[in-house]
Design a protein around this ligand. Structure first.
Ligand code: IPE
Ligand code: IPE
Ligand code: MG
Length: 239
């Protein structure tokens, strides 16, 4: 049945999960990294084509330096260690965000995995790292302004597709389903353009506890929705 083509996830709740257990926040990030592996594998198994994970936001740079350092290290080593598994599952890795801000050692590991998995044809796993939607849209605006100033683009003719093809997600269809774990009811600067018509699913489960069962619950909920894209129910029933 109608598995979403593109699932985006705001993985939230690592810190609270750890705190609940009397541990440091970073203990939760380690547990969360394991969930990333499990859910990626499950998404591939389910035949989902695109999985886009909000892993580190532009705003997350403002966290205590020690937590940022540990996260950066963890992201690099997890991706490095996981690359053979990505290859086994035919998963291609893509990065979106201001990757140049990632410390060099982790950045190298990330790029190495992107390169190693570049021939994979199954699931496209996009990790949003040092990403925020406003950052992305600002980049797009600069490019469009520059091209207009050079006379390559007519301002009056700019349409949706001119913006879309300059986004870091260019070529990837918009998310059908956006999941946020951890109980907060907000988007926290995630893919504001791309999620214009995504179905939203919020759950209280902290990310380290989000498992295959929870994932399937979110998908089942998505499957029960009627997506109208501004039309009437009668119109979409005709197809
Ligand atoms: C999500 O968990 C991971 C990142 C944002 C990097 P948090 O670290 O935000 O955990 P909580 O929300 O504080 O519990
Ligand atoms: C959103 O989580 C960012 C990521 C999941 C990477 P945050 O924990 O940073 O979001 P806020 O601060 O609760 O909005
Ligand atoms: Mg959080």
């Amino acid at each position: 049945m109608n598995v979403p083509n593109h699932v985006a996830i705001i993985l939230d709740g690592n810190g609270r999960w750890a705190k609940q257990r009397g541990k440091e926040r970073t203990y939760g990030h380690h547990a969360g990294a394991e969930t990333v592996q499990r859910i990626t594998e499950d998404a591939a198994r389910l035949g989902i084509k695109y999985l886009t994970l909000y892993t580190f936001s532009t705003e997350n740079w403002n966290r205590p330096q020690e937590e940022v350092d540990i996260l950066m290290h963890l992201i690099g080593t997890t991706v490095e260690n996981e690359t053979p598994e990505l290859l086994r599952n035919n998963v291609r890795l893509k990065l979106i965000g201001d990757i140049e801000r990632i410390p060099e050692e982790s950045r190298r590991k990330l790029y190495a995995s992107v390169e190693a998995t570049s021939g994979c044809t199954g699931l496209l796993l996009t990790m949003a790292l040092s990403y925020s939607s406003r950052w992305e849209l600002t980049q797009v605006s600069r490019r469009i302004a520059a091209e207009a100033a050079e006379g390559k683009l007519d301002p009056a003719a700019i349409d949706d597709s001119d913006i879309e093809k300059r986004l870091s997600t260019a070529g990837i269809p918009d998310p059908d389903l956006l999941i946020r774990t951890g109980g907060e009811l907000r988007l926290s600067n995630y893919m504001l353009w791309q999620c214009a018509y995504s179905e939203l699913y919020f759950c209280d489960t902290y990310w380290p506890d989000f498992d295959e069962n929870e994932f399937r619950k979110a998908i089942a909920d998505y499957q029960s929705r009627e997506r109208r894209f501004g039309k009437t129910s009668e119109q979409v029933a005709i197809k």
